[in-house]
Design a protein around this ligand. Sequence first.
Ligand code: COA
Length: 324
Amino acid sequence: MLRSRVLGTGSYVPEKVLTNAELESMVETSDDWISSRTGIRERRVAVEESTSDMAARAAKAALKESGVSPKDIDLIVVGTVTPEMAFPSTACAVQSQLGIRAGAAAFDVSAACSGFLYALDIADKYLKAGGVKKALVIGVDRFSQLLDWKDRSTCVLFGDGAGAVVLSAEKGAKGVLSCHIHADGKHWEMLYAKSGLQPSPFDKREAEPAAIRMNGNETFKIAVRTMGQAIKEVLDDTGIKPEDIALLIPHQANLRIINAIRERLDLPEDRVFTNLDKFGNTSAGSIPLALDEAAKQGRVKDGDIVLFVAFGGGLTWASAAIKW
Ligand code: COA
């Protein structure tokens, strides 16, 4: 049986750090409010780099670590909701920037903060089916462009960043064991951003700015519930028990959401990876950015079971288990 094995990970965050203290001078907020309600202390904000620049830099690092040549990539899937172009896709821009071979398939997936796991699920299915041998899966978002910087209830939560993995179809027990993706579009108003397209001269609808709107309290509750369900789904599917989980890498939105999930699973703190204190919620970038940092710190070892769970606008949610 073919499995999608991770051969390398990479990530990229912009250099510019925006601290909670700096946000105090932009909106009526405090470091204490932000860190106690969310766990976030600072985030990165892109200055020069576009979404595709960030994606390409993360992917380049993942390719380098994997030893796979750009000429051998058959598929590029990018999870993002902040592409700099309506088309072509961010995946096509990455293909061009990295010299990935002409003829490889390349496309983006829109699933907000669940974008990376959606992209992973799709790539996994192509790899298992045998048509694709090597795939590049990227999660990237540049939410600084999508924020209303006067809205304190959202602008303190997000940051910019990207992460990537190189997957290879290989025989054996290692690789993606299980992956699940879900959505419930009727709750779209909980968390959304308009696209920013210009109204045409014929438009009768009122123009709305392209900025994130969110019902934070409801989003919080649904996030805890759906991520709990998604973890149960992956455990039931694989027979993995909570005590078998070497590391849980959840979407990095809010430390209180992560702790609620950890408590439900009865996992000790050291088996749940967090880095949202440094990067905030980087949307589709969050899980692969955390994975790369965890791997570089030696927190993911050969043979480990690593679980992933995400939640985002759509509403969307997803989970995956990988044997490292
Ligand atoms: N600084 C200071 N005060 C703030 C603030 C900020 N940045 N943002 C909101 N407030 C105020 C509110 O206006 C409210 O004031 P009021 O009581 O006078 O009306 C008060 O803080 C409490 O707001 P509330 O929304 O009840 O706080 P909360 O404990 O629910 O925390 C969130 C708010 C946004 C941190 C929390 O709901 C959350 O994290 N939700 C999930 C959001 C998320 O992760 N979205 C992405 C999913 S992918």
